[in-house]
Design a protein around this ligand. Structure first.
Ligand SMILES: [Zn+2]
Ligand SMILES: [Zn+2]
Length: 133
């Protein structure tokens, strides 16, 4: 078993994080079984402003991409770019799982949230990430 780079993360949280990105590696965008995905922690030394939102400090990547990140290494700047490309919903899920509440916090009504979710999945149905070309 790999050593977690994110101490304090429970196995349940880790699993939820992987589910939040629908099993898709955030680097290569391929779909993987959850056991092939790992939580990478972006170096904090370089980015002091990440103190507050823990979701901006992690990437959910497959085992190979994770090795790649550490071996090359992939620049923190590029890792940050991946974080900033996350959809609103993924970001929201990750924060929720990590127990982070951005403030000011104003939860949308449930009905609104589910409508938006439906719309989201309408445009990006699960498994649509690997369209040819
Ligand atoms: Zn990958
Ligand atoms: Zn890592």
């Amino acid at each position: 078993m790999q050593v977690s780079e994110y101490p304090g993360l429970t196995p349940v949280q880790e699993k939820k994080l992987k589910l939040a990105v629908e099993g898709n590696c955030e680097l290569c965008s391929e779909y993987f079984a959850l056991s092939f995905l790992e939580i990478h922690r972006i170096s904090r030394r370089c980015y002091r402003e990440m103190e507050r939102d823990p979701s901006t400090r992690i990437l959910i990547v497959c085992h190979l991409c994770h090795q790649h990140i550490h071996r090359l290494p992939v620049r923190v700047k590029d890792q940050r770019a991946i974080v900033s490309r996350r959809s609103f919903f993924v970001r929201q899920d990750l924060r929720k799982i990590l127990g982070y509440t951005p403030k000011p916090y104003s939860p949308p009504p449930d009905t609104y949230a589910s409508e938006v979710y439906e719309e989201y999945f309408y445009h990006f149905p699960p498994g649509s990430f690997r369209l040819g070309g």
